[in-house]
Design a protein. Structure first.
Length: 95
């Protein structure tokens, strides 16, 4: 699955799980733009990712992680979290 498609599915799933409408994102995005994101036709900037995550009340990394789990068709987030923790430790960014 393409990353843009996976991101769109993750965004839509999180939005629906939070019982939000596309209109609920009107402070950060138009409904049309959100729809193109959810259909995998566009990709957000880092700033837009942060804004979308803010409306969803999740950390932007959560949204990205959901997209990558969708892309890889995996449901084991623990393995990905362990990998990320190890990589952050190697970079000296995890205490």
């Amino acid at each position: 699955m393409e990353l843009t498609t996976a991101f769109g599915l993750a965004l839509k799933n999180l939005r629906k799980q939070r019982e939000l409408t596309q209109e609920d994102f009107s402070t950060v995005s138009s409904r049309t733009y959100l729809s193109t994101l959810e259909r995998g036709q566009k990709t957000p900037t880092i700033e837009k990712l942060e804004q979308l995550a803010g409306v969803l009340e999740v950390h932007p990394v959560t949204l990205l992680m959901a997209a990558y789990l969708q892309k890889e068709r995996k449901r084991n987030g623990r393995a990905l979290l362990n990998r990320l923790q190890g990589e952050l430790e190697l970079l000296g960014l995890d205490d």
